[in-house]
Design a protein around this ligand. Structure first.
Ligand SMILES: C[S@@+](CC[C@H](N)C(=O)[O-])C[C@H]1O[C@@H](n2cnc3c(N)ncnc32)[C@H](O)[C@@H]1O
Length: 340
């Protein structure tokens, strides 16, 4: 399992930099600042969920678990006891049995599997990639979902993996090589990708940079994770996500599927982005994301900060932190071939 320091670094990487806020936070007492942000996070969660303070505190104190996805693209024997807790809704998905953690890690190191939170499987299952399809993973590094895409397509998808961070793209290349995943790599800012005049894609995954609330908890050991979190940062990310989703839309074939996902609960980064695309693109249809009956699924947010979102967003998959899956959000769109 990851240390809190590693998690803090990951959280920073999942989002974009906030130099002015970071400088301001340094001037304030860090402990007080973390406490203030913690309260704000609790209040915001109460606001969108309608839960009581006690319920929200219990929910946000849950510790994340990791799961194991067996990689069908690398042959090998796996001890049956490691695969005794299959996750019913994900082919090759298994709960990690803590006493065998080192064995799962060994399998991951040799490319026989990938350790992820089970929620990360959901956007790829929603995308349902198949052999022969042209698929773009727009923000792909370090490649957990890219490798899952090729696993579902029996290694036969025409997969392009893009990221704007060179070190992270290099890490993705190393990971995909180990997992025997074939892909084309692209180092580009996804906000400007349509300028490259790429051939359009059948399926696109936009696993967007986000504020990463799914990686946070109220436990004392996670306190440093609040340093990069703020409402101003959430708003900046929401603007970035709108630019990314629009660019993804331009790259999608008529009749194609786009899946948008984040590992955060902030409505600005989830339903607000979905609603924005639906308002802007008359050829965009939201299709229900119904993969499994998950006990931590909650209704999509329809109104935020006294503003109603215009479309029915009931088809979006919104998850609270749960025992198997972390807080997550998935929306699936189809591009209609004709605009009425
Ligand atoms: C949530 S992570 C992706 C995780 C990945 N999908 C996986 O499952 O392994 C978001 C990624 O977006 C990348 N990113 C951020 N801004 C970007 C941009 N403007 N263009 C392309 N990639 C970007 C980050 O470098 C980061 O690797």
């Amino acid at each position: 399992m990851r240390s809190t320091n590693a998690m803090a670094k990951l959280l920073l990487k999942r989002s974009i930099g906030t130099p002015s806020e970071t400088t301001m936070a340094k001037r304030k007492d860090p402990a007080q600042e973390r406490q203030r942000k913690r309260e704000l996070w609790i209040n915001r969660t109460m606001q969108w969920s309608g839960l009581s303070r006690a319920e929200v505190k219990t929910m946000l104190a849950q510790t994340r678990t990791q799961s194991f996805r067996l990689n069908p693209l690398v042959d090998g024997e796996v001890a049956p006891e490691l695969l005794s807790r299959q996750v019913a809704w994900c082919p090759d998905g298994y709960e990690i049995i803590p006493e065998y953690l080192a064995d799962y890690q060994q399998l991951a190191d040799s490319g026989h599997g990938y350790i992820q939170n089970a929620a990360s499987w959901l956007p790829v299952l929603a995308l349902a990639p198949a052999a022969g399809e042209r698929v773009l993973d727009l923000c792909a590094a370090p490649g957990g979902k890219s490798s899952h895409i090729q696993a579902l397509a029996s290694g036969q998808a025409d997969l392009v993996c893009n990221d704007n961070s060179k070190p992270r793209l290099m890490k993705l290349q190393t990971n995909l090589k180990r997992l025997n995943v074939s892909a084309e790599y692209m180092l580009a800012d996804a906000r400007n990708l349509s300028r490259r005049q790429l051939e359009a894609f059948d399926k696109i995954l936009l696993d967007a940079p986000c504020s990463g609330e799914g990686l946070m908890s109220l436990n004392a050991s996670d306190a440093p994770l609040f340093d990069s979190w703020s409402v101003a940062h959430i708003r900046r990310l929401s603007d970035l996500q709108k630019r990314l989703i629009l660019e993804a839309w331009r790259l999608l074939k008529p009749g194609g599927t786009l899946v948008y996902s984040t590992c955060t609960m902030a409505p600005e980064e989830n339903e607000a982005v979905v609603d924005w695309l639906l308002r802007r693109q008359p050829d965009a249809r939201l299709v229900p994301t119904d993969i499994a009956p998950l006990s931590n699924r909650v209704p999509a947010v329809q109104s935020w900060n006294d503003r109603d979102l215009t479309h029915d967003l009931g088809g979006c998959l919104r998850l609270m932190p749960g025992t198997l899956t972390e807080a997550f959000f998935v929306a699936t769109f189809r591009k209609t071939p004709y605009v009425e």
